[in-house]
Design a protein around this ligand. Structure first.
Ligand code: PLP
Length: 481
């Protein structure tokens, strides 16, 4: 790592990335390559001698770029977006530029103390109760993903209960969610050793906006208790992946408190919107939860990766995840007066994500971050108004955030509708001009338009809608022929 060379080569890479962003609209949004395409493009063994940076950048351009799906394209409307911003890039550069690791406080005191501070800033922006902040005996940690946050909280909940009832009772522990909860809960359950059959994916209904009913939850808990099971953990969601549904946090929280369940709130996507007063009510009742997670890398202008996890009782995480090998022992840790983040997460080593989030918050400020959320919601509302004006289409669920769930409804029956919508989605995505994905909720197949790439403007949403209309006409004509 020679500073002069570092500076020169970094500038070349930054210019290369800047060019990419200047031209991003020219690429097909969804990669059109076939599986295994790269095998014939690149050598099958590593080079023996160093290669020039230019050759590597040329290969990226010529050989890798065709295999990229362009997540930062303004015409990317699939899954949930991963927001990038200049501040996010700069924060990420500083994070990897320093390349320090703060597994324990001593290993990099500023990194740990900045993380505590930045998690308190985030908690204040979301108006979380003091019990989730460092001043109130709670606290936050930055992890890579919601999946990881869920594993950690499941492990904490599991060990707390098993310490009381004995380890052999692990097969009796039950986890509650709705049929809309993200699959990260299922993965977490498998990892922590609870039988996957002990996850109750409680049914949701269109009439309740696909949110989890507190009555259904309570009935399931009672039934399990009667059958000798031990209710352990409830996952509520603010902004489900398929259709953006919101579970009634306060009511679910009361049930969780009544039966002493660990209550986790997964706000991976829509948590970012809750910095705006008009969306904050979706988190009402959060004081009844034990933990909450949200992903700034989704909708908070923070480049991958960044997941905020807050817990009311960090000791429960520490009891479950801490290890103390001799080589990591040190006086500050032993004093008990510092945070050692290694005990709040799965890996030992950790990225300096606090730097990135801190730069993002400082460079944008709360006002710009709110403006960013609101402009995406406005674009989604614009798209929704287009859907409403074309009688061949219908909205599948009312929109809450920047996700629009719609479908063509011109088929003879529901199977026919599904085939038409699949064909429409395929046509749109194969055009290379936009990328959307689908979901099935309540047995209905539909198309999701997730607005939120940082570069998306009204003209892109307009273009998307024109493309959808054109392809819908084709698909409907093809169906008649
Ligand atoms: N929870 C929700 C509601 C999500 O939408 C997603 C991903 O889209 C996840 C969890 C998984 O997040 P991660 O990729 O950070 O594990």
């Amino acid at each position: 790592l020679e500073p002069k060379e570092f500076s020169q080569e970094s500038k070349k890479v930054i210019d290369f990335i800047a060019d990419y962003y200047s031209n991003i609209e020219k690429y097909p949004v969804l990669s059109q390559v076939k599986p295994g395409y790269l095998k014939t493009e690149l050598p099958d063994s590593a080079p023996y001698s160093p290669e020039p940076l230019e050759d590597i950048l040329n290969d990226i351009d010529a050989k890798l770029m065709p295999g990229f799906t362009h997540w930062q394209s303004p015409n990317f409307f699939a899954y949930f977006q991963i927001n990038a911003s200049t501040a996010g890039f700069l924060g990420e550069m500083l994070c990897s530029g320093f390349n320090i690791i703060n597994f324990c406080w001593l290993a990099s005191p500023a990194a740990t103390e900045l993380e505590i501070l930045v998690m308190d800033w985030m908690a204040k922006m979301l108006q979380l109760p003091p019990s989730f902040m460092s001043s109130g005996n709670g606290g936050g940690v930055l992890q890579s993903s919601t999946c990881e946050a869920i594993v950690c909280t499941l492990a904490a909940a599991r060990d707390k209960v098993l310490a009381e009832v004995g380890y052999e009772a692990i097969t009796k522990l039950v986890v509650y969610s709705s049929d809309q909860t993200h699959s990260s809960l299922q993965k977490g359950v498998k990892i922590v050793g609870i039988p996957p059959s002990n996850v109750r994916c409680l049914p949701t209904a269109f009439s309740e906006g696909f949110s989890l009913s507190p009555q259904t939850l309570e009935e399931a808990i009672r039934k399990d208790i009667m059958s000798g099971f031990i209710p352990l953990y409830l996952c509520g969601t603010v902004g489900t992946t398929a259709c953006g549904a919101v579970d009634p946090i306060e009511k679910l929280g009361k049930v969780a408190r009544k039966y002493n369940l660990w209550f986790h709130i997964d706000a991976a996507y829509a948590g970012s919107a809750c910095i705006c007063p008009e969306f904050r009510h979706y988190l009402d009742g959060v004081e009844l939860a034990d933990s909450l997670s949200m992903n700034p890398h989704k909708w908070f202008l923070t480049n991958m990766d960044c997941c905020c996890l807050w817990v009311k009782n960090p000791d429960s995480l520490i009891d479950s995840l801490s290890t103390n090998p001799e080589y990591l022992r040190n006086a500050p840790s032993e004093s008990g007066n510092v945070v050692d983040y290694k005990d709040w997460q799965i890996p030992l080593s950790r990225r300096f994500r606090a730097m990135k989030l801190w730069v993002v918050i400082r460079r944008h400020g709360l006002a710009t971050l709110r403006f960013h959320i609101r402009s995406d919601v406005k674009l989604a509302t614009y798209f929704e108004s287009k859907v409403a004006k074309d009688s061949r289409f219908e909205m599948v669920v009312p929109r809450k955030f920047a996700l629009v769930c719609f479908r063509l409804k011109a088929g003879k029956d529901s199977k026919d509708d599904e085939n038409l919508n699949k064909k429409l989605l395929q046509e749109v995505n194969e055009s290379g001009n936009a990328f959307m994905t689908h979901a099935v909720v309540g047995g209905v197949y539909f198309i999701r338009c997730a607005v939120g790439s940082t570069l998306t403007e009204e003209r892109h949403v307009e273009g998307l809608w024109k493309l959808i209309q054109e392809k819908a006409t084709k698909v409907l004509l093809d169906a008649i022929v």
